[in-house]
Design a protein around this ligand. Sequence first.
Ligand code: DHE
Length: 514
Amino acid sequence: MKVVHRIARCGIELILLFAAVLVNFSTAMSEPAVHYQEYCAECHGKQRLGIKGPALIPQTLNRMGGPKIAEIILNGRAATEMPAFADQLSPEDAKRLAAFLKTPLVKVPSWEQEQIQASRTFNEDYKIVTAPVWASDPMNLTLVVETDVHHVNILDGDTLELMARFAAPFAVHGAPKFSPDGRFVFIMSRDGWVQKYDLWALQEVGRVRGGLNSRNIALSHDGKWIAVANYLPNTLTILSADDLSFAAIHEIMGKDKTPSRVSAVYTRPPSESFILALKDVPEIWEVFYGTNPPFHGFVHDYRIEGPPEEAVRFPKRRITIPDILDDFYLDETFEYVLGASAGGDGGAVIDLVIGQMVADLDLPGRPRLGSGVTWTHKGQRVIATPHLKDRAISVVDAKTWKTLNRIETEGPGFFMRTHENSPYIWVDVFFGPNKDVVHVIDKQSLKIVRTLRPKPGATTGHIEFTGDGRYALVSIWEEDGAVVIYDANTLEEFKRLPMHKPLGKYNIGNKVRK
Ligand code: DHE
């Protein structure tokens, strides 16, 4: 009887197992997943992590502007290799496929030494030159990123004319980093690719994938190491700037082992280190790349973790802070981090020498400290920041950390810039009905002296100066956009260069001197 009972139970279990397999099978092979493998995987990868097309994961797609994803699936994407699938997929199929692409990956694959090293590709036609193949001032070129078409324009700093143009990886984000001699530029994409381009030869050298979804990169002050701040996986990758080879990887997790993304990484030259803020735990890390990291008294809370060879070569220091920082500004002395609280209101000043928070910042309305600028106001250094959720610029005393002034603007801004030779700071109004506005503010009176509207109704933002500070370049971030060049003293338009969605602009001299 017992045996019969056991056989019956086994039978039921088998049926249940079979049913479970069927359910799993149908989930795994849901219609959009099948469509994905059939039509997308060849270019975007079986795991949606990108091959020659970009990664199709929420972390990338959520930041992608322009047309809706279903529309792109059906009609293709202009100026890219993305074809139209309207003949294969119905609008309903495309909608379901778009929804599938926005679901997070069930498992984030590892992206470590082996994969990073294997991702390196080099331009076989690259020829080393001994001097620039052009005649202008090598430290005065300006790079302009055209976001939607994934190209970079090189402007001759002397003539302010377009000199060359090259293809960048998909969805470039953050400021490119220049080698100290201005010869090489390193450009990062949100998919974690780091491109090395030789500006003297006007040729790409190669590229490597340092992460699967990345925030930004930092280059060591001696131009030897690149740090890649990643969201996916939770790592900081260190690469050799010379041949883009893998050097080290730091797994990012808090003291209590909570894994974390990296908000951003910047270089701290005096201590030969990278400073990074963690996005999911209240900690700042300092990763030393120099050969003589400061293992002495005042650096407390110092621990060496990770694989031994990496801990010795790139040891890290943790600073525990009261609040998670979303975005930060490393001051010009490289001693203080001014961080915006992840909650959106206020912030904190962290003294990197003593390794602790020393002041609160009274900055409501999501300060965008990563865009901060500094100058001397009435004999005192000040730092100003726009706010992502406030129609104002805040000016903070760089000694007392008190907010000295709030300058009302026509809307929340994203980018601001000044130059040591300019009496003004420039800030955009990137959001809201006045997104076409750029304010010019006098550094001493802290008053808006001019409100520019280079193309009424068009999103206008990001400002850069020429190396000598004589001209200010402003982007009209539209398909039929332009870089509008102003005389930085008279504030009159000098000329405009038509471009396709130009945004970030980077003058080599300004960036290397910074
Ligand atoms: Fe950026 C720089 C973070 C959204 C265009 N952005 C940076 C940097 C960080 C950052 C940490 C500094 C990089 C450096 O200097 O190495 N950006 C963030 C965000 O957290 C945020 C708000 C949301 C997100 O999920 O990424 C964000 N950024 C955007 C955009 O939506 C923008 C406008 C369009 C885009 O390309 O995604 C954008 N970010 C830029 C640009 C810079 C930048 C052009 C370089 C500014 C500079 O002058 O240095």
